[in-house]
Design a protein around this ligand. Structure first.
Ligand SMILES: Cc1ncc(COP(=O)(O)O)c(C=O)c1O
Length: 364
């Protein structure tokens, strides 16, 4: 979707999250704010204990199941607290003896920190030695872990585990920034969780897909709100759900289904990422920062080429002038990051590529 600001100049949104959402979902949200489902009430004024709201919840759960082919032995729930609270949920509900984490960045480290607070948790492998610019390989997952935790897409560094790995123990994945970007074999995971605010909606709601047999095995007392079973039993309405965020998530998934689902968007995502990486590799002004084999199809990170570093601010201003927004790299790594999530149109990627080419021409 291409957004316009008041001067009607085109704006291409490369923000890392919250980020670009389908215009169709935004339009539906605007309409529902005024009149939800012909109730005469705004979606933010309607009770969540009504048939109208329940039908949104059911539709949303159904779309998750359909789009990701979630098997029947899994539950899907929606929660507040973002992915960051899921870091704690996972350890609270699964950690009894030992948990292993793949340390692939800041988010993975934060997830590990929560588990360490509750018991024996450690990094099985790490890419901290090279500022997380690659995904560790060749390590062995200990067979006596309660679970092994991975972050499939490392939003800050632009690295991604693009396949469903084999694990001898329960595999738990933070898929905040690549959920629904590619087909996933859900049956390989014990839990998949994430914040919605990249590919599946606005901020304010997190999702968790949980295999039914893995809960109820820890001896600790789990506070009611941090117990996954509370929310499974309450069908994500044990307490008041974030209704507006869930409404927009549902509309985002309707859009995704309409364009052919996860399989169709995956092809488009691959194409967008390939175009942009090709330009980064070709253009003498820039270099990519992630190891080539681990490059993310969602977050494309790059910096000025050696010798061109002094031009960084100039390129930022140059790109901004041409409508690029949100391409500044994360504050912890610098450089540039173009987040090209599901709803980012090919047109935006083309505009960024044209801008990079033009910048190179000027400085040749
Ligand atoms: C991979 C990953 N995990 C976790 C988080 C934290 O998400 P939240 O802000 O919803 O807590 C982020 C945020 O960008 C993320 O990219």
């Amino acid at each position: 979707m291409v957004q316009y600001h008041t001067t009607m100049k085109k704006v291409y949104n490369f923000n890392a999250g919250p980020c670009v959402l389908p215009q169709q979902a935004i339009d539906a949200a605007v309409e529902a704010l005024k009149d939800f489902n012909h109730t005469g009430l705004s979606v933010i004024s309607v009770s969540h204990r009504t048939k109208e709201w329940e039908s949104v919840m059911n539709e949303c759960r159904g779309l998750w199941r359909e789009l990701l082919h979630i098997p029947d032995n899994y539950d899907i729930i929606f929660l507040g607290g973002g992915a960051s609270l899921q870091f704690l949920y996972v350890a609270m509900n699964l950690l009894e003896n030992k948990a292993g984490y793949l340390e692939t960045g800041v988010w993975a480290k934060k997830a590990l920190k929560e588990a360490k607070g509750l018991g024996n948790a450690f990094a099985v492998a790490s890419s901290a030695d090279k500022t997380f610019c690659y995904i560790p390989k060749g390590y062995e997952i200990p067979a006596d872990l309660d679970y092994f935790h991975i972050t499939t897409n490392n939003t800050i560094y632009g690295t991604e585990i693009k396949y469903d790995m084999d694990s001898p123990v329960n595999l738990v994945a933070d898929m905040s920034s690549d959920i629904m970007s590619r087909p996933v074999d859900v049956s390989k995971y014990a839990i998949i969780y994430g914040g919605a605010q990249k590919n599946v909606g606005p901020a304010g709601v997190a999702f968790a897909i949980i295999r039914k047999d893995i809960l109820g095995k820890v001896s600790r007392y789990i506070p009611t709100m941090l117990d996954y079973r509370t929310h499974i039993d309450g069908e994500s309405m044990f307490n008041t759900p974030p209704v507006f965020s869930i409404f927009v998530m549902n509309e985002t998934l309707k859009w995704l289904k309409g364009i052919g689902g996860v399989e169709a968007i995956h092809e488009i995502n691959e194409r967008k990422a390939a175009m942009l990486y090709e330009e980064i590799d070709r253009n003498s002004m820039f270099i990519g920062t992630a190891a080539k084999e681990d490059r993310s199809i969602m977050n494309v990170c790059f910096v000025m080429a050696p010798g061109k570093e002094a031009l960084q601010d100039e390129f930022m201003a140059f790109a901004k002038e041409r409508g690029m927004t949100g391409i500044k790299g994360h504050r912890s790594v610098g450089g540039f990051r173009a987040s090209i999530y599901n709803a980012c149109p090919i047109e935006a990627v083309e505009a960024l590529i044209a801008c990079m080419k033009e910048f190179e021409e000027i400085h040749r």
